[in-house]
Design a protein around this ligand. Structure first.
Ligand code: ZN
Ligand code: ZN
Length: 372
């Protein structure tokens, strides 16, 4: 399957019909996951303005700096019927946005969520009669439901990161620093097909008790329990994210072993509870209740999961308070954790897709503690 199956004009037309429902006249989308989602164009956010102007009907306009035009034209965006407009350095690009919106006297606009403030203010200055909201009021509902091509892309990413976990014994050894191990993991993440490394968490011993510890100069000791949470983005932009637990040696403290077995039950209970119709908060509660009933509720410091796609963290968030009803095609992590302050931590994480028949796991390695 190629990028052509992923980045089709169906996304633009779906966005346009969602805009019509929401009463938006146009979306203004700058480089970032929204632009990549809509066009396949992976542009870096720069001081120069790149902006997709997508009106509620008719073709969109992609405004790019002249020096970026070859890159834009080499992307899937070139096949989507967009009008390309470029401008040289030294020319103010904001009036080009006004030109693309000339059919609207006082447009209602949706801006991509991660637009820099300097771009927002520049647009407000040239569009004094416009009203501004966020593009995610229409894009979230599209991005949250993955197509079969997107699901296949995320499945490939999951299989790739599993290959890295399988090789952990090559790198994770006493006497090495977390940073050294993380550097080896990063190289392997690329070797198995990722284009970018998004994070390489190697939390050994007490560092494992901090959920988002990355890596450090700490030397890994015999007997250490190690949290390894790693992920990247494949060349098509779709990401991986998987956590497994390792211990350097044959034994672990009884206290850890007991907690870890409960954690495995919580993780599996949540995976088995995934189905269309359950709410995100109820799914969070499935994992949380298992841990709470066994006395570990206070040590589970974070939500159960997050969506994943072109962004490592996106909707749906599997968290208390989120009443969103899960549907087939939604992809997210299931990653309960237990953190014993200043001692050690444990987390198990798989990416899953909600299907009509329950969860399909993209990460399929066993969840038992791996002794190295
Ligand atoms: Zn993770
Ligand atoms: Zn995650």
């Amino acid at each position: 399957m190629s990028d052509d199956d992923l980045f089709t004009s169906e996304r633009l037309s779906a966005a346009q019909s969602a805009m019509a429902d929401a009463g938006l006249d146009a979306l203004l989308v700058v480089p970032g996951p929204d632009l990549r989602y809509l066009t396949g164009y992976h542009a870096l956010p720069l001081e120069r303005l790149t902006c997709l102007v997508l009106p509620v009907s008719g073709p969109g306009t992609l405004i790019v700096p002249r020096l970026e035009r070859p890159a834009a034209e080499a992307s899937p965006a070139v096949n989507l019927g967009l009008q390309f407009v470029d401008y040289p350095d030294g020319v103010d690009p904001f009036p080009l946005v006004t030109d693309a919106l000339k059919d609207f006297a006082a447009p209602s606009l949706g801006l991509s969520n991660q637009m820099w403030a300097e771009k927002v203010l520049g647009l407000q200055a040239v569009l004094p009669k416009a009203t501004f909201g966020l593009a995610n009021q229409v894009l979230t509902q599209l991005r949250i439901r993955k197509t079969p091509a997107e699901i296949a892309a995320l499945r490939r990413a999951g299989q790739a990161i599993d290959e890295v976990h399988k090789r952990m014994g090559e790198w994770l050894r006493p006497g090495r620093t977390e940073d050294e191990v993380a550097a080896d993991i990063a190289q392997a993440i690329r070797e198995v097909g990722h284009a970018t490394v998004e994070f390489t968490i190697v939390g050994s011993g007490p560092n494992g008790a901090s959920p988002h510890h990355e890596s450090s100069s700490r030397v890994i000791n015999d007997g250490d329990i190690v949290v390894v949470d790693i992920g990247g983005a494949m060349p098509d932009g779709y990401g991986s994210d998987c956590t497994r637990m390792y211990v350097l040696g044959p034994t672990v403290p009884d206290e850890f072993r007991a907690g870890y077995e409960v954690l495995r039950k919580a993780h599996m209970a949540a995976i088995e509870a995934v189905r269309p119709g359950i709410s995100a908060q109820d799914l969070d509660a499935v994992a949380r209740d298992v841990l709470t009933e066994a006395g570990y509720g206070e040590l589970f410091l974070h939500r159960t999961g997050h969506g994943i796609g072109l962004q490592g963290h996106e909707d749906p968030y599997i968290v208390a308070g989120n009443e969103l009803i899960l549907e087939a095609g939604m992809t997210f992590s299931i990653e309960p954790g237990v953190y014993w302050k200043d001692r050690f931590g444990a987390r198990i994480e798989d990416i899953v897709v909600c299907t009509e028949n329950g969860a399909e796991r993209f990460n399929t390695l066993p969840t038992e503690l791996v002794h190295l």
